[in-house]
Design a protein around this ligand. Structure first.
Ligand SMILES: [Zn+2]
Length: 108
């Protein structure tokens, strides 16, 4: 159980112009391409509203970078993107699962 908890607690979070990287407390390392992550934004407007599809509002984006990010409680991060979009909450559960190939979209 303790080991399971460590899977979704970040030890370090850093980013550069291409990727966001998370080192988890269990030693696993995840790397996320920023453009892919931007397109995966789980917020309602990026999903095209209720009943909309992922990608409907983000399909035109060809480049993404991070201006800043903040922790949201103990469970997620919120990213301010270079297009000033900041309503997406990326939960650690989702980030970890995505990184391990266990899901291909993020839950809102
Ligand atoms: Zn969004």
């Amino acid at each position: 159980m303790v080991q399971d908890l460590k899977k979704t607690i970040p030890q370090e979070i850093e980013y550069d112009e291409n990727d966001l990287r998370i080192l988890w407390k269990d030693g696993f390392q995840s790397k996320y391409n920023l453009l892919s992550l931007r397109k995966l934004c789980p917020c309602a407007s990026c999903r095209g509203g209720h009943g909309g599809k992922v990608g409907q509002a983000t399909g035109h984006i060809t480049k993404a970078s991070i201006i800043s990010w903040n922790k949201v409680g103990r469970y997620a991060i919120n990213i301010l993107w270079n297009d000033y979009h900041n309503t997406g909450i990326f939960s650690y559960d989702n980030l970890r699962a995505y990184s391990e190939g266990r899901m291909d979209a993020f839950d809102e």
